[in-house]
Write a protein that binds this ligand. Sequence first.
Ligand code: ZN
Length: 273
Amino acid sequence: MNTATLGFRQPIAATIEAVARAGFGAIAPWRRELEGEPVESVARRIRDAGLAVSGYCRSTYIPAADRDAFAAGLADNRRAIDQAAALGAACFVMVVGGLPEGSRDLPDARAQLVEGTAALLDHARKAGMRLALEPLHPMYAADRSVLNTLAQALDLAAALEPAPADAPMLGVAVDVYHVWWDPALSAGIARAGRDRRILAYHVSDWRRETRDLLNDRGMMGDGVIDLRAIRAAVESAGYTGAVEVEIFSTLDWWRREPAETLAACAERLQTVC
Ligand code: ZN
């Protein structure tokens, strides 16, 4: 369970308890939930609840308007990677950032992404924390992510960490909301599997009548994504990690009681995913 699915309306302790009570095996918390909380005590609380940590969300944006802001972003990300390690997360999820304010230079933003990811990979190795590059749907290229397809993410990973002997430290998060439309999806998943780079698998659904491009994700089964087919592809590519529910829904699920949303997620995971 990605905690965003519950809309960040209660303290992390209550969320951990609710997720465990609903029968889930793993949780993916967000940095904003740990503000003012010692990471060790949150880690202990999660362990005591019997939950694994399927991922830690998410990176500070990398492309920046100037070198000082770029460096500050990297420093922030290094601290977050250390937190992810303290939580025992399976990976640190990287939503890499869009164009800096005022910029029209997409190639420069992507060059900053390469430089920044290389620097963070060094830190990730020291911290023993895998980095999961999450390609976002191209509709977010301006404001959230200049990394937009699985192939682009895998090319970046291969460039920075070619053919690692051990399990790679740099991989990808496959989020159906972002990749379902991609004509090269099957090939990308197969390649990611061959390269042992699938670190996370996120599910929700794409509502045909989408009302908001960020916060109107559908519950699994309420949209057009062939969830069974994508999961089969991911698992036959060798992925054995969690199937993580991540639904941003200001109009629907965030208005419901957390217990109701959790029950719906649990049921849909068993029936349509
Ligand atoms: Zn995701």
